[in-house]
Design a protein around this ligand. Structure first.
Ligand SMILES: [Zn+2]
Length: 300
């Protein structure tokens, strides 16, 4: 630095540059193995630990970016929002809880719904946002999932759901429980129409969401180490009065016991999804039907 510029800096009225601060979140500690990981590296690994494979919790937007072809996601049903039909108050009013969740996430309900392409395959896609009141299912989520499923039927497009949820939204009482029946009934129609639903479960998927649409996939895919269950382990332990086995309610345990179909690392999730969509695509189905028709004609 030459003398003139040094003098200039010392002139009154000219502020010194702000002290350099360490940016927040430059390093993250892995909750799996305790390793300190550089943020950029974590981002490159899609928020999974290189050392132990731990999957960090990420937002609905991040999942959208990971799973879909760039620029193809079109958000739908954005007008449907969480409301407080019962005027419910616990330690805080439900209206207040909704408005702070809206502010925090920038969305109007705990699920993002839309259409997108996955490796070229057009799909209807619903991604739950755990940051919005624990991804819990109230009337808005139920309605959005049901309507998206109906759109999938009308347009004859496969449905993909990605769940992370604490379960039903207790502040909406019975109305939230009714969403389990509503989403399940619409998915039964999707099934009758012979359209696929691929359900992805990530950490944690619990309660009424597990007990409805999240478990109604033609194929159920989970991320490694995800907690998936209906009631929590403590409640179960108290009820059955037995020690629970190691790894109980984790995706690996569930795969072993036939509750889910596959465990896929987040880095391979899009590829696996594309492969499944390819497998279920109309072309394959048509050619399979043609082959069957031909075989019948030939009296085989
Ligand atoms: Zn780790």
């Amino acid at each position: 630095m030459d003398q003139v510029s040094w003098l200039k800096r010392r002139k009154p009225g000219i502020k010194d540059a702000k002290r350099r601060e360490m940016p927040d979140g430059l390093w993250r500690k892995c909750e799996g193995c305790g390793e300190i990981i550089y943020h950029k590296e974590l981002e490159r690994n899609l928020w999974t630990c290189n050392k132990c494979g731990y999957h960090f919790r990420i937002s609905a937007d991040q999942y959208r970016d990971i799973l879909t072809d760039p620029g193809t996601f079109v958000e739908l049903l954005t007008a449907i929002e969480s409301k407080d039909p019962l005027g419910f108050v616990d330690s805080k009013s439900y209206t207040e809880r909704i408005s702070s969740a809206k502010k925090k996430t920038g969305r109007k309900s705990a699920v993002m719904t839309g259409s997108a392409r996955v490796d070229g395959h057009l799909t209807m896609l619903a991604i739950l946002d755990f940051r919005f009141l624990g991804g819990s299912m109230g009337s808005a989520m139920g309605e959005k999932i049901a309507r998206l499923t109906r759109m999938a039927i009308e347009e004859r497009i496969p449905l993909v759901t990605l769940s992370s949820s604490g379960g039903a939204r207790m502040q909406e009482g019975i109305l939230s429980l009714m969403q389990m029946a509503k989403t399940s009934a619409m998915l039964a129609k999707l099934h009758e129409e012979r359209l696929p639903h691929i359900a992805i479960q990530v950490h944690p998927t619990t309660g009424g969401v597990t007990a409805s649409f999240a478990s109604l996939g033609d194929v159920i895919v989970a991320e490694p180490g995800a907690l998936i269950g209906f009631a929590g382990p403590r409640v179960i332990q108290q009820t059955i009065k037995q020690e629970l086995p190691d790894g109980f309610q984790r995706s690996e345990f569930l795969l072993e016991h036939g509750m889910i179909d596959m465990i896929v690392h987040r880095k391979e999730l899009k590829g696996a999804l594309a492969k499944l969509l390819d497998f279920f695509s109309d072309d394959d189905r048509d050619s399979a039907e043609d082959a069957l028709g031909q075989a019948r004609k030939q009296g085989l």
